[in-house]
Design a protein around this ligand. Sequence first.
Ligand code: GLC
Length: 572
Amino acid sequence: MTASLSDSVSGSDSLSLPPAPWWRQAAVYQIYPRSFADSNGDGMGDLPGVTARMGYLAELGIDAIWLSPFYPSALADGGYDVDDYRNVDPRLGSLTDFDAMVTAAHAAGIRVIVDVVPNHSSNRHEWFKAALAASPGSTERARYHFLDGLGDDGELPPSDWPSHFGGAAWTRVVEQAGPRAGQLGQWYLHLFATEQPDFNWDNSEVREDFHTTLRFWSDRGVDGFRIDVAHALIKDMSLPLRSKPELEILVDDGSDPLFDRDAVHEVFEGWRSVLNEYDPPKAAVAEAWVPFTDRRLKYARPTELGQAFNFDLLQAPFLATEFRAIAQKCLSEATSSGASSTWVFSNHDVVRHPSRYGLPDGSTREDMEAWLLADGAAPALDLARGLRRARAATLFMLGLPGSAYLYQGEELGLFEVAELPASVLQDPTWFRTLHKVKGRDGCRVPLPWSATEANFGFGGIPWLPQPEWFSEFAADAQAGVTGSTLEMYRAALKLRRELQAEESLEWLSSPESEVIHYRRPNGWEVITNFAAVPAELPSGVDLSKVVLTSGEAATAGAVGTIAAETTLWLTP
Ligand code: GLC
């Protein structure tokens, strides 16, 4: 298997355009390593498993893989609790396995993006262990956020801030040194689980160490980085800390002490200098849950990371007006800042989109969350409709200018595994909400590769149980089957490469229409009917030019119509 990695991408209209960096309009496939493929039968996916499936990934037609953390970790938060940023968890392989994976990926024409988790380490990180062993006020503690508690004896946490996964954002330690040795002492901040102490990014050692990490993986050949919780690094910890009610009334203008502070951009300017030491420069994408796109786009400026995830489509209901407005807003803002847009429907943190789209019309986010509650009254899902809409949404999105981030298993049309028994749940949300919210395990169940092999061809008995219905969705049950979701993704990704054009589009339908019709500069057209009933095709559309449909039938509808919840691709 050999393919070439060119540093730039040329589309069908490229003769008149300067070449663009590869990542500006890439299809990036997210691998959640523990759940992808298990090569040694221990029930946990691993790096040799990724290498073994490189042929599948090449055939899928993606441009890059992004690997969620594979670093040594106690897995308190699925690996986002990192013990050592410059190594591989022995259960997932070794650095040699990593190198072999990168070599295989590059030989297949696939780039490699790795996850960096700079907001927090794990509590097993060498620096955190040193901080626990040292006294209050020490240089070891200064790499994290340690504070004395409130109350007569420091028995109250320094603030009432909650952690994202439930419970408090502060944990009190038993001092090992100093005058209070052996007694309860200071508190440390963790915006996520107790096992994830937040770094202090005002500390120069922390800053330098992450530069070392970026260079470590860059030198090993990775092509880019996904930056976890990028908007949280810089914090204003000046005393007295503001209370939760005080934070809740802040507007999103950089005044929040914990999120999206202006000074975070200096950090990423520094990272850009490191990434630009390489030729070609390394790519980067920020995970920044920042509501206002002008603030979010700062992370994506060419002087910083280049891209920031846009979760707007992911959060939107399946409605033409919403999709059109979001696409328009994100594209114009990307253009104005020099960033390239990103699009994503699913990842390891959210309910898989065929399930989301199967909720009854008019369902709210709260309904979806209720569906995930351990004992919530679950609204019934219309699965066939959910998948139909998911396929239509995917083709709508893959035609847009910018990069598409796909999550493993979406090419199989997998639904959320909502029926996981409580006894197997591992997400810290489940524990920290005292078993009220199930969390994210339902989108992390190991992939079904084979309809007939043990454990659906994943490897050993998977760390989360696979449901029986996975057999129907297995990769080998769909490969070569016309109309299957896998074949739709393969065809779409292949065509997308051939058709890729300048980063712009022209809307051909009116903003209120339930049918969105847009055209890329080279004549590639995308038409999506968001309605639950067939719609008239826009006048002048020549069905003989349809090259792909999200519908199962080869024809997209009766003459002159487009089927309900369906997308068509047309070429000139
Ligand atoms: C990001 C990750 C998520 C993780 C959290 C804390 O949001 O995507 O999985 O739990 O950061 O690291």
